[in-house]
Design a protein around this ligand. Structure first.
Ligand SMILES: C[S@@+](CC[C@H](N)C(=O)[O-])C[C@H]1O[C@@H](n2cnc3c(N)ncnc32)[C@H](O)[C@@H]1O
Length: 298
């Protein structure tokens, strides 16, 4: 099975405005689709550093001396670039979320299609899995996660049902979780709601919001003036953070004003948000919710 079919391939890499001699970073290597396209546009002196916290992605590494794959979380981008002697880069690409491979391997626990153990760790060495979230988190925390990350109106009921059920026995797999939450999964909407529940747990397990914030802040620090940031997000919470950060250099509130009363912002926005064409969505259904935003550091 194909590891991952890259989304908005041309648009995302075009957004980086590749200079053949430049230094680039792909923080979500996955199957390496975007990385291969960057490599194709680099000259002999260009460099590409890629990150993926999933050891499965290492098998896709590109055999080329201009390429380095770092098996770490991109929340440490600055630290690892420094380790490799790199202080500034010309462009950074992020294609957030989960790869098709991670969805398709039942044991990874990302997909509601399989009756697998609750896991959902992108980094297989992380201490907290979906099992820990479901069986050990306080009711109030589960409720917050379902409301904030799953945007579920039934968050309170879902959290309560889980906490009740686990006093009898631990909830270990998809089927058990579906059973416990069956009341909240009406037949006509069950897949959609379950997907939202899984999304919420996944975001918590992988600390996706915190990690994204740390990454965006460090990207600004490591980009050269004129350097590009090209980010694809797959749900509104991620997109909101990316959008605000590119617009204001902040996640909340308004930026400072300069002497003339103009907002002081660190990026220039490049074009409008880009979404995949109908064609692309037809070939690759995972592209459906993708939103690409591009910015240039001032
Ligand atoms: C949507 S896929 C990227 C696919 C890739 N663009 C391609 O063309 O194959 C996201 C990848 O990023 C990785 N990932 C997600 N969050 C990460 C993080 N915080 N640190 C490092 N890797 C991460 C996942 O393990 C996954 O392999």
């Amino acid at each position: 099975m194909e590891y991952h079919n890259p989304v908005l391939l041309k648009e995302t890499v075009d957004g980086l405005d590749i200079k053949p001699d430049g230094i680039y970073v792909d923080v979500t290597f996955g199957g390496g689709g975007h990385s291969r396209e960057i490599m194709r546009r680099l000259g002999p002196n260009g460099r590409l550093f890629a990150f993926d916290q999933d050891t499965d992605a290492l098998a896709n590494a590109i055999d080329d001396e201009r390429f380095t794959l770092i098996n770490e979380n991109f929340r440490y981008i600055k630290r690892f670039l420094r380790f490799y002697g790199v202080k500034e880069v010309d462009g950074i690409l992020g294609d957030l979320g989960v790869s098709s491979h991670q969805f398709d391997v039942a044991e990874r626990g990302f997909s509601t299609r399989f009756d697998a153990e609750l896991d959902m760790r992108m980094n297989q060495n992380d201490a907290i899995s979906a099992y820990n979230v479901v069986n050990e988190y306080a009711e109030a925390d589960l409720r917050r996660i379902f409301a904030d990350y799953g945007e579920l109106t039934t968050a309170k009921g879902l959290a309560h049902a889980i906490v009740q059920a686990r006093t009898e026995e631990p909830i270990k797999n998809t089927e058990q979780l579906k059973q416990v939450l069956s009341r909240f999964l009406p037949a006509h909407k069950s897949n959609k709601i379950l997907a939202q529940i899984y999304q919420a747990i996944r975001i918590e397990v992988n600390q996706e919001m915190e990690v994204l914030k740390e990454f965006l802040e460090q990207s600004l620090e490591v980009l050269k003036p004129g350097g590009r940031l090209s980010v694809i997000s797959y749900h509104s919470l991620e997109d909101r953070l990316v959008k605000r950060f590119m617009k204001n250099g902040l996640f909340e509130g308004e930026p400072e004003k300069d002497f003339f009363g103009r907002f002081e912002v660190p990026f220039k926005l490049i074009g409008k948000m880009i979404v995949p064409s109908e064609e692309e969505i037809k070939i690759n259904s995972r592209a459906r919710s993708a939103k690409l935003r591009i910015a240039e550091k001032k």
